[in-house]
Design a binder for this molecule. Sequence first.
Ligand code: C2E
Ligand code: CA
Ligand code: CA
Length: 698
Amino acid sequence: MAESDQEVGGVDPLVLGELLACATNNLWLGIILFDRDRKVIFCNPRYREMYALSPEQVRAGTPIKDLIAHRLKLGLNIRGEAGAYIRARTEGSVASEETVQQFADGRIIAYTIHPLPGGGGMATHEDITEREELSARLQERNFQFDIAINNMSHGLCFFDADHRLRVCNAHYIDMYGLPADRVGPGTPLAEILDMRFEAGSVPAMAREEYANWRTGVATSAEAADSIVEMRNGRTFKIRHRPMPDLGWVATHEDITEQRKAELQIAHMAHHDALTDLANRVLLGQRLKQALEQGGMFAVHHIDLDKFKAVNDTLGHQAGDILLQDVSRRLRRLARESDTIARMGGDEFVILQTPISGQGDAEALARDAVSALSAPFALGGHQASTSASIGIAIAPREGATPEQLLHNADLALYRAKNDGRGVHRFFEPAMDEEAQNRRALEFDLRNGLAAGEFELHYQPIVKTDGPEISGFEALIRWRHPRRGLVAPGSFIPLAEENGLIVPIGEWVIRQACATASRWPSHLHVAINISAVQFRQPGLTEVIVNALAATGLDPGRLEIEITESVLIQDRNGALATLHQLRALGIRIAMDDFGTGYSSLTYLQCFPFDKIKIDRSFVSGVGNDAASLSIVRAVAALAHGMGMTTTAEGVETDEQRERITAEGCTEMQGYLFSPPLPATEIERRFLTADVPAMPARIAAA
Ligand code: C2E
Ligand code: CA
Ligand code: CA
């Protein structure tokens, strides 16, 4: 060519040719030039290499169709028939074209045809296998990422260093109630905050304040976890994690339900389920706090006096209503700074803090006693209780919660002993009393083992004739230092600590043994405590005692008070029926002093009613007592029961109760309780008259 001799752009054409050759030889692209007849003009080595062609297979003049046929042999995937494929690419004029070829061995080669002015063309071929694989992998990765972020239970968002959203999942948009069409890659954080303010999915803060806080978290290089309560009532846990490029990723978890459950559990751990008052645990914490603050405060220990009876006669449901009402009444008395706690059962504590003096505590205790003495409406029934309160004043009466509660408890013990329905302040002497009680308890345990108990017997005589029908066994404790101790001083304690059970068993055996030596028409009456009555195995103890002593069961009488029937009435009735089936007689003791004596007469056919001494002593001068004695005697007569008047001390009383129809009597008038030997000497030896002269003469 003539022009090739000329210089191009001032460069020697020879040099230029070499440069071009060098460039095409080293090109990553395969290049091929062909003329209008679709015959090869030139190709570079890379082209040959790509299609594994020898220089002989592709030289100037080689038809392009041979090269396409060669590619088909190499495993080029095509659609349709080979001939048609080749024809489509080699006929007609050369046009621009981009094609991607896939080979059976996995290679992907793309080529682009550029038409040349003379009618031929140039094609560049590029092996894009790796690039395609990479992009396929990327696509797959993106796909997985999308699936992952849109299926996680948390909201997720990525922001870049400029505080623009990179990506977020659908959950994030939902959680914050964002308009999905306004949130996408590039949305600035500030705009998202605006949308959140519109939706109410922001904490109760001013926009500025919240935005500053959020930006602070965003720009900090620290990971941060925060729990945010939204205006719309939801609670989110946000985990913010900075990224190396100064952007961040955050996950958003809706923990509203979990939060509620946690709060509920925390509440339950510190409150009583029935009344929702503070429980022991919370009270302990509040007491500790109050002590740490160092001011003066009062601890009121409140105990309902007759709650058990209400619970047992009207049922647990009624008992629950009563306790709830008690808590309402106490709430009305307490201030915001006070704590009211239920300690379990019918025991409550008010921590009254602060107080300016003992007078404040006095006033609250009085109010509480009076508030709790008003009758309670329990679904159709009315019930009355009263409350006893023991008070300890802090800090002078206790440096620890335990000590304060203990001292308030001692004061409560005193309040109960002082007749209930009253309040008492702790006094150091109470501690001494408690120590005495403990000492007494210690002695009681030893006393049983050491055989310090003895039984005295009090005759029971018939009112219509001068005969003794039997004796009531009454326990005494011959204490090595205290002398002869009456049962009133130790039976309640023995009932409190359970010692009444072995003591009672001893009484049963001892009384049966003594009575078995008496003439066979005389019976023996034994008092059985409600505490012992509830113990399983009572019947067995009695049967064993009868068997061991040979006493006829018909000569044994059991005296119980109505308290036996108050708790577990069915269990008690079963035992009573068992005993009755053995031939033992059952008497109701202290009739009229309990809560609802008449009710209990209905549920068991007692053999005998013992009218309490408090009524008998009044028959001479108190019309009410006389009416009661009269009514009970008539009632008993009507129901086929005998009646014993207790504590007859005067002739007048004897005459009255006899006139009213009592069948038996017992009292100092006839004889006090006496040791067994004395009973035998006075009443059971043939050579002395069975009756003291004055009764026999009556
Ligand atoms: P209780 O069963 O009502 O016994 C009658 C009490 O009245 C006895 O008191 C008796 O000594 C007393 N007493 C009898 N006649 C008169 C009288 O004319 N005037 C006065 N002022 N009192 C009279 P004691 O022996 O002190 O017993 C008190 C209570 O202790 C008994 O009351 C009974 O509830 C209980 N108790 C006595 N012995 C036992 C026992 O072995 N086991 C159990 N569980 N309790 C017992
Ligand atoms: Ca008795
Ligand atoms: Ca009695």
